[in-house]
Design a protein around this ligand. Structure first.
Ligand code: GLU
Length: 428
């Protein structure tokens, strides 16, 4: 069972979408389920409406979760299982105040040593705990030995107990931390494989430790995805437009193309252009490169053009491209849906005569309006030359303007078959 577990705290980043897509493709390949879990337990950072947006974005990419879970609805299980860990002495109540902890962190900093929780509250007796009425958090006891796991991309990774430390699993307000809610929910929801960004590598042994503490024995498999760099080689941040999935969709990239491109990133694939269903036949998460992938907008544009070329008429119409053949043809001139729409709209809009060719423009226009239908461009051109006695630039420039609304553009002989039935409408 695979899952995607976004937090509804901001616009979806392409790194998140990439994780969603990889999880989804793997679930198709393994004929296993894919679920969506909205991780909304950090109430201060939640943004209203984001979960709806996440679901909508996934559906535009054709990603259909078998089930949608809302993490906060599991709160009773988080509380119950944290209590179980306390009773079983896998976790302990910690009464240290923020100020006390801050002072210890400051001291560690001055001593040049990494800060670790010093175990003060782990040593409290049952009476001392029960008679204490100060607010408390619950901490997991740090492991007694090295913890390791095999990452499908990074290989074997090991963590010393000190690096894991006695970390907080329940806050003083009785809400779970990310690591606890995530570990418990993955267990309760039957997740067996976690694919997520590499910023979570250090959380993984903590989540394994929690499940071990709860007596859960099902082994979790992991793949942590390298970060995506922008074109300057820096980590792609919110300041990079292309990091936002919304920006990409609003700019006019097709979801099919974005998905295809994200599968190509840092990967060796048997073909360059594919659908997610096709990718599910050969996708192998262990083939993803260990080094960061570099985002390349030109490559994405290329993939977008290729997807416009292979899309069905219905799909192109859905995207507002009412003239599918012209849309495919204009991929030689433009990459984004709005740019292509504009080119086609220009063909069908009233034209203004270019200053240098005002007379020729009118002459050719009336010639076209009274011309018999011509099958081929050559026939059309020859008939027009015969009727107007124009030639060279003073023929082709106004003709191009009449047919396309521009003075530069594609080969008219290639364009002609696509517009020949609409000539009278176009030349107005
Ligand atoms: N809510 C976490 C995030 O969006 C989930 C990470 C995970 O997949 O475990 O980063």
């Amino acid at each position: 069972m695979y899952r995607f577990a976004p937090s509804p705290t901001g616009d979806m980043h392409i790194g998140n979408l990439r994780a969603a897509i990889f999880n989804y493709i793997c679930s198709l390949k393994e004929k296993s389920d894919f679920i969506l879990r909205i991780e909304d337990t950090d109430t201060e950072r939640n943004i209203k409406g984001k979960e709806k947006e996440i679901i909508e974005i996934l559906s535009r990419f054709g990603i259909k979760p078998a089930h949608i879970y809302i993490q906060s609805e599991n709160l009773k299980f988080h509380r119950e299982l944290a209590t179980k860990l306390l009773i079983d002495k896998k976790a302990f109540a910690c009464f240290c105040s923020e100020d006390e902890l801050e002072a210890k962190k400051e001291k560690a900093k001055n001593d040049g040593a990494p800060y670790r929780y010093d175990g003060t509250c782990e040593r409290l007796s049952n009476e001392e705990v029960l008679n204490n009425d100060k607010p408390f958090v619950i901490r997991m006891k740090k492991p007694q030995s090295t913890m390791s796991f095999t990452d499908a991309i990074k290989g074997e990774l090991s963590f010393e107990p000190d690096a894991i430390d006695s970390f907080v699993i329940m806050r003083a307000d009785k809400t779970p931390t990310y690591n606890f809610a995530c570990a418990v929910d993955d267990m309760l929801e039957g997740v067996t494989f976690v694919i997520r960004g590499e910023d979570h590598v250090s959380n993984t042994p903590k989540q394994d430790l929690i499940r071990q503490g709860l007596g859960y024995t099902q082994k979790m498999q992991y793949a942590h995805l390298p970060i995506i760099l922008n074109e300057d080689g820096k980590k792609m941040s919110k300041r990079d437009d292309a990091s936002s999935v919304k920006w990409m969709l609003e700019s006019g990239f097709m979801p099919e193309a974005i998905a295809n491109y994200l599968v190509l990133l840092g990967n060796k694939t048997p073909v360059e252009i594919f659908t997610l269903d096709e990718a599910a036949k050969w996708f192998d998460i262990s083939k993803i490169s260990r080094s960061p992938a570099k985002f390349d907008l030109n490559m994405l544009k290329h993939v977008n053009r290729e997807h416009i070329k292979i899309a069905s008429d219905e799909r192109l119409k859905e995207l507002g491209l009412d003239k599918p053949n012209l849309a495919r043809f204009y991929t030689q001139e433009a990459s984004l849906i709005p740019e292509i729409k504009e080119k086609i709209a220009k063909i069908y809009s009233p034209k203004v005569a270019p200053n240098e060719y005002k007379n020729e423009f009118e002459i050719i226009k009336s010639a076209i309006l009274s011309l018999k239908p011509c099958e081929s461009y050559d026939e059309f051109k020859n008939e027009l030359i015969k009727a107007t006695s124009l030639k060279g630039k003073s023929f082709f420039m106004p003709l191009r303007m009449l047919l396309t609304g521009e003075l530069k553009g594609p080969e008219l002989s290639e364009l002609y078959p696509l517009i020949k039935d609409d000539l009278k409408e176009i030349v107005k």
